[in-house]
Design a protein around this ligand. Structure first.
Ligand code: AMP
Length: 398
């Protein structure tokens, strides 16, 4: 994977950099409740400031659907960003046209400006060439630091990148390097863990992975569907019985491509999904009643998974092994996550996790900082795991 970075940009002194960031932060009553996304953008902003560039930050917030919705203004972000940056941040009421141009003209070299919500313009999500041209007009170079928006071909993620010199920011670069180390150019053997609720939402992902991995452990609700497809009694567990043929096809494809599939050999079963519910551990295949639900993988399954991890150099993980939000059904996810963390800390494993609930699961296990990389990019991470080209990344390719 080759892409242009700021190191390829030459002298930036006095130039204006239009920087696409992900400032779609959680907010309650006009206050930011988690500033992770602001922090993630700091290395790129500081690098550009140090190089003497004017920094114009471009972002979306919520879903105003192409109209000006005052409640979805990015203005409330300014104070937090100033505090994190330790420098003034100006705000422009529009991200294009005379308002944006005047605000940029007013900036000193190294100054920072936050532009209003790009999704206030209908041309953004439509990737309208005229709107992309308006964005390109206000800057000399474009920097994309929003991997989480890179699966969308919008004017601010794709269109504008085709019009002026375009580079990956520092956070984008880190994410792409981690993803490359996990699946693009990994140290072998590579193991994957895919869990979560359903097979149907992760079909493309499973199909892509079986062609790339040496081993694939399947957990969570989707393992129930695979077990059912093998003729195993799953009682009243969450499963997609109409996906049994698909599950068998994926197993066959894995076998033909030399990817070993690991399914649970023991399971944790309960009648109720509530904290502290009575739970039994059974061998996979033991008879269940129609009230019984498989809610987690058992200890023998985790021991086998951990041994497989010990035999691997790289791990890619999406989706919990059980209903991790409701203890004790978090046990397998937590035990596996802690093992992954130990192996990674000892230098034996490159471990990349991400997508949806996986970040919450890794945080719940208390190991987010111990993995090589935890992607918070959600949809973009999943599409990348599915092997799909990401328009925002393609536009940066060298
Ligand atoms: P996903 O968003 O597809 O990664 O799915 C995550 C969700 O799957 C979490 O909310 C888990 O509680 C749920 N899940 C995991 N294992 C099971 C299971 N055995 N039965 C029902 N839901 C599960």
């Amino acid at each position: 994977m080759t892409f242009r970075t700021l190191d390829d940009a030459g002298s930036l002194s006095g130039k204006t950099a239009l920087v696409r960031v992900d400032f779609n932060v959680p907010m309650e009553g006009g206050k930011i409740t988690d500033d992770t996304r602001l922090r993630v953008a700091l290395p790129t902003i500081n690098k550009l400031r140090d190089a003497g560039a004017k920094v114009a930050l471009l972002a979306h917030f919520d879903r105003p659907k192409g109209k000006v919705v005052p409640a979805m203004s990015l203005a409330p972000v300014v104070d937090d960003l100033e505090a994190l940056l330790g420098a003034p941040v100006r705000f422009a009421d529009d991200c294009v046209g005379d308002v944006a141009k005047a605000a940029i003209a007013d900036l000193d070299a190294g100054g920072v400006l936050l532009l209003e919500n790009v999704r206030f313009h209908a041309g953004e999500e439509a990737n309208d060439p005229a709107f992309a041209a308006q964005l390109a007009e206000i800057a000399d170079i474009y920097v994309n630091d929003a991997f989480s928006a890179a699966h969308r071909a919008h004017a601010s993620t794709e269109g504008v990148a085709r019009l002026i010199p375009a580079y990956a920011g520092e956070s984008m670069r880190r994410e792409l390097e981690a993803l490359d180390a996990a699946l693009g150019n990994p140290k072998k053997p590579v193991i994957g863990i895919v869990g979560g609720a359903k097979v149907s939402t992760k079909l493309d992902l499973l199909k892509n992975l079986v062609g790339k991995l040496d081993k694939l452990a399947i957990g969570g609700g989707m393992a129930n569907t695979f077990l059912f497809a093998q003729g195993v009694d799953i009682g009243g567990s969450l499963a997609e019985k109409d996906m049994a043929d698909t599950a068998r096809e994926i197993m066959a494809e894995a076998a033909s491509k030399g990817c070993e599939i690991l399914l649970p050999v023991d399971v944790v079963v309960a009648v109720e999904v509530r904290p502290g519910a009575d739970a039994r551990t059974l061998k996979t295949g033991e008879a269940l009643s129609t009230d019984d639900k498989i809610l987690d993988a058992g200890p023998e399954t985790v021991a086998r998974l951990n041994a497989a991890i010990d035999g691997s150099k790289t791990l890619i993980w999406n989706g919990p092994l059980g209903v991790f939000e409701v203890p004790p059904f978090d046990a397998a996810t937590v035990a596996a996550a802690r093992h992954v963390a130990e192996r990674t800390k000892s230098g034996a494993l490159i471990a990349v996790a991400g997508g949806g609930d996986t970040v919450a699961a890794v945080n719940h296990a208390g190991v987010a900082d111990d993995l090589t990389f935890v992607s918070t990019a959600g949809g973009a991470f999943l599409e990348w795991m599915e092997g799909k080209p990401l328009p925002g990344v393609e536009a940066l390719s060298a």
